[in-house]
Design a protein around this ligand. Structure first.
Ligand SMILES: C[S@@+](CC[C@H](N)C(=O)[O-])C[C@H]1O[C@@H](n2cnc3c(N)ncnc32)[C@H](O)[C@@H]1O
Length: 185
């Protein structure tokens, strides 16, 4: 496992996503997380991916085609993901907040829709399902989204969800925070 946030998130996905799983990639971007979810869920599984940028949707579809994988890639905000799947059915929901590398610099995940989308994702999880979040902050992203997400996660019902927010104590710069959530069986 690579000792960085994406390495930890991917290792978490490898451990939890089983053949036949229904997974949601809430921030498709270039499609790398979507492709990993497709490989882990296998042919019997289903993957739904969201992005608000057409170029991200196009890049994700192109990567999937190149790798012989398939997913439903939707041009819409993750805040509306409950319109695309019934509550309590997802095995795994993944967020990789921030901006699309090489994409429109003015389009990035924002506090209000990110908090709404995490809430939606939690409701979509089935009992025993998991959520993984890579939470970027600092530089152009600022701190508003990070602070709003961390505050929101403190309010999540501990009788239903276990929330683990990790931080890198001695890394230089402002590395993204890995966050892991388990829904009770
Ligand atoms: C850091 S990138 C995701 C990287 C991606 N997971 C990958 O593997 O390449 C963040 C993405 O979130 C998208 N995004 C921003 N706001 C969004 C929203 N409200 N709903 C869905 N996607 C959003 C951006 O367009 C961008 O492509």
């Amino acid at each position: 496992m690579q000792l960085n946030t994406l390495g930890m998130v991917h290792e978490f996905l490898r451990r939890h996503v089983k053949e036949g799983a229904f997974c949601i990639d809430a921030t498709a971007g270039r499609g790398r997380d979507t492709a990993l979810l497709c490989r882990l869920a296998g042919e019997r599984g289903k993957v739904l991916a969201f992005d608000i940028q057409q170029s991200a949707v196009d890049q994700t579809r192109a990567l999937l085609e190149q790798e012989g994988l398939s997913a439903q890639v939707v041009l819409d905000s993750h805040a509306y993901m409950e319109q695309y799947a019934p509550a309590g059915t997802a095995d795994c929901v993944v967020f990789n907040f921030g901006r699309l590398p090489g994409g429109d610099p003015h389009i990035f995940t924002r506090a209000e829709s990110s908090v709404a989308a995490i809430g939606a994702g939690l409701r979509l999880l089935r009992p025993g399902g998991v959520m993984a979040i890579a939470l970027y902050y600092g530089k152009e992203n600022g701190y508003e989204e990070r602070d709003a997400v961390l505050e929101y996660l403190k309010t999540v019902d501990d009788r239903v969800y276990t929330v683990l927010c990790c931080q890198w104590s001695n890394r230089r710069g402002e590395p993204p925070l890995p966050i892991f959530i388990w829904k009770e069986h």
